[in-house]
Design a protein around this ligand. Sequence first.
Ligand code: SAM
Length: 191
Amino acid sequence: MTPNRQHKIEQVMSQRQKTLAIVLENVDDPHNVGAILRSCDAFGVGEVHLLYTVNKAPKNRELRSKSAASAAKWLKITKWDSVAKLASYLKKKKFKIAVTKLTGSAIDPAKADLAAPVAIVIGNEHDGVSDQLSKKADLNLVIPMVGFVQSFNVSVAAALLLYEAFRQRASRASAPKSSSSSRLAKRSRAK
Ligand SMILES: C[S@@+](CC[C@H](N)C(=O)[O-])C[C@H]1O[C@@H](n2cnc3c(N)ncnc32)[C@H](O)[C@@H]1O
C-alpha cells in the first residue's frame, strides 16, 4: 500500500463517529440498502445495524452492490434478528434510539440533539418502523414535508437525517469538517 493510500485510510477512519449509528429495519430493496451504506460512509457513521425480523438480511455480496460503491467494506456492519437484543445493545452503549415513524408525536430532526449518542432507525419501504422497535424508542424524527406524497424514498430520508446529524456535530466542532469546508475556513482566515 502506498503511503498516500495509508494516510487517506487513517484520515477517513479517524473521522468515523463512534456515537452515531444507523439501524436499517427490514429495508427490502438491495439498491436502497446500498445507497444508504454509501451515505453512511460519506457522513462518517460509526456503526450500521441491519435488523431483519421479517425479511432475510441482505447477503454480504448484495451489500457490495453498485449502489453501495465500495462503502460496505469500510463500515462496521452488524446483522441482528431480534429487536430486543439490538435495543438492549444500544441502550447498554448509551445510544438514544431515534425512530422515524411517520405517525404520532414526531419532531423535526433539526430540533433534536443528534450530536448526542444516537441510533437512527430507518424502516421498511412499505411498513415503516415496527411497533416493537418504536416502543423502545427515545424519540421519533420526521423530516417535514409539504408535498402530496406522504414519505421520502427510504435512502433519501436516510441521507437527509444523516446530513442533519453531521451538520450538528460539525457545528459543535466535535466532528469531521468536510475537506472543502476546512479549505474555505483556511482561505477566509488567510484574508
Ligand atoms: C417509504 S417510508 C415508509 C412509509 C410507511 N408507509 C410508513 O408509514 O412509515 C420508508 C422509510 O423511510 C423513512 N422516511 C420516509 N420519509 C420520511 C420522513 N419524512 N421523515 C423521516 N423518515 C422518513 C422512514 O424511515 C420510513 O420508515
